[in-house]
Design a protein around this ligand. Structure first.
Ligand SMILES: [Zn+2]
Ligand SMILES: [Zn+2]
Length: 150
């Protein structure tokens, strides 16, 4: 079991297994939401996730969609402001969702798969590792199973 929590410890959770994808997102929304160069988002199956405490502390913010769909939302701890997992509702009928990897206490035993939205990355941050670097268009193609531009 892999444990994770927010800065104050109020929101705590447990993950049976991290499956990925594990993505480092450089999009402007993630940069602002995190105050950092990118968000490290680790894919976890809904059935493998358990919220141990702090449901009452979790607040969400939904960014109004203007000209940049898809919609964007964040969840955070009302006491300490840390990002926390945005646990899907049962009616969302999703199989997996993303957990902010920085919240984890232990080793998820998976490493980042790719940088995404690299065309929007901070000018002051240089990517120096060798994992794939995908633009928004390349990511869209990957997720839809089509080649970029196709
Ligand atoms: Zn907290
Ligand atoms: Zn992002």
């Amino acid at each position: 079991m892999l444990r994770g929590s927010c800065l104050c410890g109020g929101v705590a959770f447990e993950i049976a297994k991290a499956v990925g994808p594990f993505e480092l997102c450089h999009c402007p929304r993630c940069r602002k939401a995190s105050g950092s160069a990118f968000v490290a988002a680790l894919g976890v199956r809904v059935e493998d996730f358990e919220l141990l405490s702090g449901a009452e502390l979790i607040r969400t913010f939904e960014l109004p969609v203007r000209d940049n769909p898809p919609p964007y939302g964040v969840a955070f701890c009302d006491r300490c402001g840390s990002p926390v997992p945005r646990v899907p509702d049962v009616d969302d009928a999703v199989e997996w969702f993303e957990v902010p990897a920085g919240l984890l206490d232990g080793d998820p035993l998976v490493t980042p798969d790719r940088h995404i939205f690299v065309e929007a990355k901070s000018p002051w941050f240089e990517i120096t590792d060798s994992i794939p670097r995908l633009t928004r268009e390349e990511l869209r193609a990957l997720r839809s199973g089509r080649p970029p531009g196709g």
